[in-house]
Design a protein around this ligand. Structure first.
Ligand code: HEM
Length: 538
């Protein structure tokens, strides 16, 4: 019996080895033919942007690091004295724009040519439904943008303020009540806002299943690498290779995490469908489903299918929760590390909310009178853009920029990190200095421009930027009014970063102390009242 199983193992190993050899030969032949055709074509066209040399057959596949690629691109931009850099591998071409000037010229002024996205093969493997963020330029994209953009315009995001204020207060109380698990309070805050908008669902406790679902999808996306940079994106046929091959780790990753994307698309949708909306504003899903049902009943066509509704609803939650919570974690980190900034911000908010006879919690109407607090948020964006290379666009036609040829179908990365850390624009770019944006004639002012590009460029610019800004400012104002953020007991913050794909700070330790008994009491009462109100509604 043992001998038989040994020989079966032996034969299957031989077959596996043969399969690997076979695949390798076919791949090498395909790549060689492709590279030869490319080489012959290249002789007759204008010059491509410069860049580091690629490797024989593989091009730049192994040249670009997976970790913190944005820093390497910034170095190359200096080395090759060009802010536009060119790379290619297996026929996929990409350029990286390392300064604001080229990003504005190409993605905004010539935006109609750069509004496409590459195909995200790895994300397809991760099981995404139709998602605005990844959709190629075309009718489906236009339909999704037309449906998703209007509720989030600057003039309309005000409709979500009550829910944002509520969640901001719950978040602040969560940080003070349970400082060890402050990250849960942050995640709860970010998830609760978009879950309500998208599905009309509430996050009712720190143990809510919705927080877990959101954490898993954030984990799946956050470490999946820069979008469109995996071997499957560069060479789509590799998605059919066995996952045990050593260079297929990103396919293994996609398959391992597929459940997280599928769950966050399916489970809240089903929950929303089984509970009628109780919100004063009907949720996105309830709204779209009622249009869908009414069309169906009247025998009218439905351009926006149920799959589209599911995909678009999940887009709001996925694109909107992780980005907001990751930025809030950065805000906590920068406040903790810059006590002088924090105390200046404390004074600013105290001027509004504290008087000798009374104290109160901040509200949305205070935000326009908190210029320094606003600059803290801007400086947080600048210090660490969450998508340091943006979400890639793609060109629809050939173009020439500053004498450099940009072929049709080129993927465009925007090195927002390099733009926001350019020492020619920002003095001491590694330092957290909110005053830098003030005019030179004001104390500490350096007259530097507000950061740009954190929410993307041109036609694909983030639809949720006003919503995100409101969420972040109201929770920041709440924190500043009620607590002091500091280093934890023992002084060990334990700060670590991940630069695979998104640039995020991983959970770290911090202390949260109420600034006064009075403010703590006000916060507790406000949250109690919210909970009573919710119980009465139910
Ligand atoms: C701090 C928070 C956020 C940051 C830093 C952020 C960043 C970005 C970036 C860099 C892009 C790519 C833009 C481009 O390709 O030029 C993007 C796109 C997008 N964002 Fe956000 N985002 C945030 C919050 C949100 C929120 C709250 C929502 C939900 C409403 C949202 C929904 C989207 C969608 C749907 C797209 C795709 C747009 C398209 O491809 O047409 N984002 N975001």
């Amino acid at each position: 019996m043992t001998g038989l199983s040994l020989s079966v193992d032996f034969m299957s190993q031989i077959l596996k080895d043969l399969a690997i050899q076979h695949i390798t030969i076919v791949l090498a032949f395909g790549i060689l033919t492709y590279q030869t055709v490319q080489f012959l074509r290249a002789k007759t066209r204008p010059l491509l942007p410069p860049g580091p040399p690629g490797e024989f057959l593989l091009g730049h596949y192994r040249v670009v690091p997976e970790d913190a690629a944005f820093k390497k691109y910034a170095e190359w931009a200096k080395q090759y004295e060009s802010d536009v850099l060119f790379f290619q591998t297996f026929g996929t071409k990409w350029i990286v724009l390392n300064c604001l000037e080229s990003a504005t010229e190409l993605l905004e002024k010539r935006g109609s040519n750069y509004a496409d996205r590459p195909r995200f093969v790895m994300f397809e493997e991760m099981g995404w439904s139709p998602t605005l963020t990844w959709l190629r330029w075309g009718p489906k994209y236009h339909l999704h943008r037309k449906v998703l953009q209007p509720p989030f315009t600057k003039s309309r995001v005000g409709q979500y303020q009550a829910s944002q204020l509520r969640e901001a207060l719950i978040c602040c109380k969560g940080m003070l009540d349970d400082p060890e698990n402050w990250v849960t309070a942050v995640r709860r805050f970010a998830v609760a806002i978009v879950l309500k908008i998208s599905y009309g669902l509430d996050v009712d406790s720190p143990d809510s299943q919705w927080i877990k679902l959101a954490e898993e999808s954030a984990e799946a996306i956050g470490k999946s690498g820069a979008p469109a940079s995996s071997i499957m994106d560069r060479f789509p046929l590799t998605r059919y290779l066995p996952t045990y091959l050593p260079f297929m780790e990103r396919l293994r990753y996609a398959r391992t995490w597929r459940h997280a994307i599928e769950d966050i698309t399916r489970i809240p949708f089903e929950a929303a469908m089984s509970s009628p909306t109780s919100a004063s504003i009907a949720s996105f899903v309830h709204n779209r489903m009622s249009i869908h049902t009414s069309n169906t009943e009247q025998n009218l066509p439905n351009d926006f299918t149920i799959e589209d509704i599911k995909g678009a609803a999940a887009t709001i939650v996925i694109a909107g929760n992780d980005t907001t919570s990751a930025t809030l974690m950065l805000l906590v980190l920068y406040l903790l590390k810059n006590p002088h900034v924090q105390s200046k911000a404390h004074s600013e908010i105290d001027n509004l909310t504290q008087s000798p006879s009374s104290s109160r919690l901040p509200t949305f109407s205070d935000l326009s009178q908190l210029p320094y607090t606003n600059l803290i948020l801007q400086e947080t964006y600048r210090m660490n853009p969450l998508s340091p290379l943006g979400i890639p666009h793609a060109s629809l036609n050939n173009d020439v920029y500053n004498g450099m040829f940009i072929p049709k179908g080129t993927i465009i990365y925007q090195n927002v990190w390099a733009m926001n850390h350019d020492p020619a624009v920002y003095s001491d770019p590694e330092q957290f200095i909110p005053e830098r944006y003030l005019p030179r004639n004001q104390q500490g002012g350096r007259g530097e421009p507000l950061p740009q590009g954190n929410f993307g460029f041109g036609r694909r610019v983030c639809i949720g930027r006003h919503l995100a800004e409101n969420s972040l400012l109201i929770v920041l104002a709440g924190m500043l009014a009620t607590m002091e953020v500091g280093t934890p007991e023992g002084g060990e913050v334990g700060e670590e970063w991940s630069f695979r794909g998104q640039a995020i700070v991983l959970p770290f330790k911090a202390s949260f102390t109420a600034r006064s008994e009075r403010m703590r009491q006000l916060l507790d009462e406000a949250v109690d009242n919210l909970e009573k109100g919710a119980a009465d509604e139910a």
